[in-house]
Design a protein around this ligand. Structure first.
Ligand SMILES: C[S@@+](CC[C@H](N)C(=O)[O-])C[C@H]1O[C@@H](n2cnc3c(N)ncnc32)[C@H](O)[C@@H]1O
Length: 271
């Protein structure tokens, strides 16, 4: 629960959702908020004047917090709370607007993509609006001593796994390339990613892995990015590789939903 409440500090993110909801909510709108957490987006939709708002979350503690928030803001009559995995939630009447904010740096490891696919199939009216509308995932090659060093302690080694990154933790060794694009209004989303990413090295260095991030279109010209409250994700290579400016590097990125630790990089190929 503390995590959900900490998301209230993302003011630019929440201001953008507020702007979008104030623009699209009509007095007759039925809104569903999937993964409501503190209930913040459901409360914003209710304040914007929606006819009804349904806030869905799998976490009971979050829902209790969201209920309390609705109560202290006099919005209890406007919002109903449903404890459910998104997959099991199908409304009696389809929604005009679905809000689903479970974004994460690479979108692959979290629930955003399957949750929006379910929403497009079972929750949203044909022609309804989903927030955010779409997102693209990018990845850049990096040198990153600080995070890689984390996996060695005393005389012990630990398996290398993806880690979130702080500002200044990594040095870019290439430009970013597009990994995947998701249109959240369609039920057909790629379940699996298996992409060969091609880069040109722009600076000599030691290649430790790849950093992933997203850019999302929330609604029309309103966009979301890392600066709105997300942290980039570092995907380590099994072994570091020295690279020189001008070299071409190909690296395979694989992800299988629902498989533990499946977001992985292949061995880089240099030419
Ligand atoms: C990143 S938080 C976002 C909270 C809120 N929407 C916001 O913008 O601050 C994601 C929320 O999704 C919920 N969640 C995660 N998996 C879920 C699932 N399978 N079904 C429903 N809710 C889920 C979590 O409990 C959490 O409250």
């Amino acid at each position: 629960m503390l995590h959900a409440a900490s998301l209230l500090s993302h003011r630019s993110r929440l201001s953008k959702f507020q702007r979008a909801l104030q623009e699209i909510v009509r007095p007759e709108s039925r809104v569903v908020d999937i993964g409501t957490g503190t209930g913040v987006l459901a409360l914003i939709a209710a304040r914007a004047g929606a006819k009804s708002v349904t806030a869905v979350d799998v976490n009971r503690e979050s829902l209790n917090y969201a209920r309390k928030a609705a109560e202290i803001n006099g919005l209890s009559q406007n919002i109903s709370f449903v404890e459910s995995h998104f997959e099991d939630y199908v409304p009696e009447e389809q929604a005009d607007i679905v809000v689903c904010e479970m974004l994460s740096s690479m979108l692959l490891v979290e629930q955003q993509v399957p949750a929006c696919a379910h929403a497009a199939k079972r929750i949203l009216k044909p022609g309804g609006i989903i927030l955010p509308a779409s997102a693209s995932v990018y990845a850049v090659l990096v040198e990153c001593h600080s995070l890689l060093g984390r996996f060695t302690l005393f005389d012990l080694e630990f398996p290398k796994v993806p880690q979130t990154l702080g500002k200044g933790d990594a040095k870019d060794l290439s430009d970013a390339v597009l990994v995947a694009k998701f249109d959240f209004s369609t039920p057909d989303v790629p379940a699996e990613v298996d992409e060969m990413l091609e880069y040109t090295i722009i600076e000599d260095g030691v290649l430790h892995g790849l950093v992933g991030f997203f850019k999302a279109q929330l609604y029309e010209d309103i966009t979301l990015g890392m600066d709105d409250g997300w942290r980039e994700l570092f995907l380590p290579l099994a072994e570091p590789v020295e690279v020189s400016k001008g070299a071409r590097v190909s690296v395979q990125l694989r992800f299988k939903p629902d498989e533990f630790d499946s977001l992985k990089l292949g061995r880089p190929i240099l030419s």
